[in-house]
Design a protein around this ligand. Structure first.
Ligand SMILES: [Zn+2]
Ligand SMILES: [Zn+2]
Length: 112
């Protein structure tokens, strides 16, 4: 099983983590600060420290589909999440959307 992350990655380096060019889930480009979220691969409640930026749509999809227990147990990395058939369908759908695509119901007008 290939490990994405090396142990020397600084734990809890939350603030100054490099912003990735591509989303780990859908592999579309990402725009820093625009329609992106952090996802903890293992929930923080379970002592998870490893997180990555990803699109808000991708993030929401993951949490709509999997419980925290399932994520921690079965989907602690992007490869395994991408292997799920429903996620594959989602990626196929979202890949035609622009990088700042946020939600199919409401316009992203909020800033935070
Ligand atoms: Zn994405
Ligand atoms: Zn998350």
């Amino acid at each position: 099983m290939r490990k994405r992350r090396t142990p020397e990655t600084t734990p809890d380096a939350a603030a100054d983590k490099d912003f990735p060019a591509f989303c780990p889930i859908c592999r579309r480009p990402m725009l820093e600060g625009v329609a992106v979220d952090r996802h903890h691969w293992i929930p923080r409640a379970r002592d998870g420290r490893d997180w990555d930026w990803m699109h808000q749509v991708c993030h929401r999809k993951i949490h709509a589909l999997f419980s925290e227990t399932e994520l921690a147990r079965d989907y602690p990395d992007a490869e395994r999440i991408r292997a799920h058939p429903e996620i594959a369908r989602f990626i196929d759908w979202v890949k035609r959307r622009p990088p700042d695509f946020n939600d199919w119901h409401k316009k992203p007008r909020r800033r935070r």
